[in-house]
Design a protein. Structure first.
Length: 202
């Protein structure tokens, strides 16, 4: 019997870098606790009007930093990671391992979150909820769609040599068939949060 295409998930190597480079991340507004959007280096809340350079939001502890993008000379994906205490730089020079050219790239930063979900510019993600002793989280609507499609699928196909894909890096508890219904229920909770946010929807 042919598998319903709606229940089929094909891993075509959607890069795991998506989790580090999403251009539109939903977070809790530091002023009103509503849904705000981080785009590149700015935080904006369409509910209360809060707007600020993301690097200007304070954090007293140690942070991780990531400069990620494309080499300005050869176009290769490049990155530079680091950690420090205090406010991060807005830009960081990154040397390409291929052509050795140096490109200035914008910096994202985060403290280590106690909840198990990442933070962006020190702000908690809008889309996160407890699930089976873990935290199910998504950066935005597209990320949530991806997770739902993966978990709902009865057949999961993966191309050879795709060990670096986003799907291959999902945690084991989320992939487990015995947790499928619980994860889908958590996805529905996040979907409702996304709908309730209104102005933050894509």
């Amino acid at each position: 019997m042919a598998t319903d295409e709606r229940r089929r998930f094909s891993d075509r190597g959607h890069p795991r870098q998506y989790l580090r480079t999403a251009d539109r991340i939903l977070v809790h507004c530091p002023r009103c606790a509503g849904c705000a959007v981080v785009t590149r280096q700015r935080v904006t809340c369409l509910s209360c009007g809060y707007a600020k350079d993301a690097t200007g939001i304070g954090w007293s502890g140690r942070i991780g930093t990531l400069a990620y993008g494309r080499c300005g000379t050869c176009g290769r994906d490049i990155e530079r990671r680091g950690s420090r205490t205090g406010a991060p730089a807005r830009w960081m020079p990154v040397r390409c391992p291929g052509c050795r050219a140096v490109t200035r790239l914008p910096v994202r930063w985060w403290p280590h979150a106690a909840s198990g979900a990442p933070t962006v510019s020190g702000l908690d993600l809008w889309l996160q909820t407890p699930c089976r002793g873990h935290v199910l989280w998504a950066y935005d609507a597209g990320h949530l769609d991806f997770l739902e499609q993966y978990v709902r699928a009865a057949l999961r196909e993966r191309e050879p040599h795709r060990n670096g894909s986003l799907a291959s890096r999902l945690p084991g508890w989320l992939k487990s068939a015995k947790h499928r219904q619980a994860v889908l229920a958590a996805c529905a909770t996040l979907r409702k949060r996304l709908s309730d946010a209104g102005t933050c929807r894509e």
